[in-house]
Design a protein around this ligand. Sequence first.
Ligand SMILES: Cc1cc2nc3c(=O)[nH]c(=O)nc-3n(C[C@H](O)[C@H](O)[C@H](O)COP(=O)(O)OP(=O)(O)OC[C@H]3O[C@@H](n4cnc5c(N)ncnc54)[C@H](O)[C@@H]3O)c2cc1C
Length: 309
Amino acid sequence: MDDVKKYVLTNGLGEIRENRTFKEYTTLKVGGRIRLVYYPNSIDNFLKFHKYYIPLQRPLFVIGAGSNVFASDDDFDGVVVSFSKLPLRYYRVGDNFTCYPGCSVVRLAYDLSRLGYTGGEFLAGIPATIGGAVYMNAGANGSEMKDILVSAKLLCKDGSVKEYKNNELGFAYRKSRLQEEGLIVLEVKLRFTKSDTITVRNKLNELKSKRNSSQPVDEKCAGCTFQNPAGHSAWKLIDQIGFRGYKINQAQVSEKHCNFLINNGNAKSEDLMKLIKEIQENVKREFDIDLKCEWVLVNFDSKSNILNN
Ligand SMILES: Cc1cc2nc3c(=O)[nH]c(=O)nc-3n(C[C@H](O)[C@H](O)[C@H](O)COP(=O)(O)OP(=O)(O)OC[C@H]3O[C@@H](n4cnc5c(N)ncnc54)[C@H](O)[C@@H]3O)c2cc1C
C-alpha cells in the first residue's frame, strides 16, 4: 500500500490517513483496522486515483457518513474513500441544487429551510451524505431521494462516467441501481420547490421532534437494522419475541425502538452479528418470517451467514 500512498501524495490527489479503523468512520462505532483512507481533493483527482487503483485489484470501499455501515472486526487491507474533504458541498442555480457526494443531507435540509425551499425536510433526521443517501435511496416520513433527484453523474466499474436520469436509477424501497452495479456517486442534481421559510422550518422541527421521541438517535447505531417484511413491522416482531432491551455483551436491542440495535460502549461486530442471528432465528421459529438485515455489511465473508438485504 506504500505505492498507493505515494501515488496519491506525489500527484497531489488528496490526503491519506493510515491505519485507521471502521470504528472511527461509522456511527455504530465497530469494525476493524483500515489500511488506508483516501480523501480526494477534487472529483477529477478521484478519477485519476480510480484509474490507477482499479488495475491493482485491491479492495476499495466508498464511505459516506458511515451511518448504514456494519464492518467486521477483521482488518481491511485496502482503501476506504471518503469525499468528506471535497472543497465544494453544493451550489444552487434557481431551484436546482448540484450536490457533491460528501455533502451532509442534514446540513442541506437546514440550508433549504433557511432559503424557503420545501421537499427536503425529510433529510433533516438522516445522518447521511448525498452519496450514501442516493446509493440507499434513503427516505423518511413518506419521502425518499427518488422524489427530489433529477439526475446523477456516476462512475461505472469500467472507469466511464455517465449521467443517469432519475428513471434510469432503478429506485425502490432502500434500493437503487447503484447497489447492483457498484456505481459511485460523483455529482447529483436535486430539485426543490419554493415555499416560505417559516412553514418549512415548522415542518422540519415537527419531523425532528417526532424522530427524537421514537428513536435512540443519541446512541451508537446504524438506523433500522431489519427491513419491514410485507405486512409486518420488524420492531413489533422483535418486541413480540421478548427481545426489547436484550443484550449480548455490549450489543443491545434498543429499549426505545426494537428495530434499532445499538452499541452500548465497546461492542464488537461479532456481538452484533450474534444478536442479529438470534433475532432472525427466533422470529423465524415464532412467526415463520425471514427478517432481512438492511445494513451494508463490509469486510465479512460467507461466515457472516445472516439474511442480508
Ligand atoms: C440515527 C439514524 C437514523 C437513520 N434514519 C434513517 C431514515 O430515516 N431513513 C433512511 O433511509 N436511513 C436512515 N438511517 C440509515 C442511513 O443514514 C442511511 O442509509 C444513509 O443513506 C446512509 O448514508 P451515508 O452517507 O452514511 O452512507 P454510508 O453508511 O457511509 O454508506 C452506505 C452505503 O452507501 C455507499 N456510498 C456512500 N457514499 C457513496 C458514493 N459517493 N457513491 C456510491 N456509494 C456510496 C457505501 O459504499 C455503502 O454501501 C439512519 C441511520 C442512523 C444512524
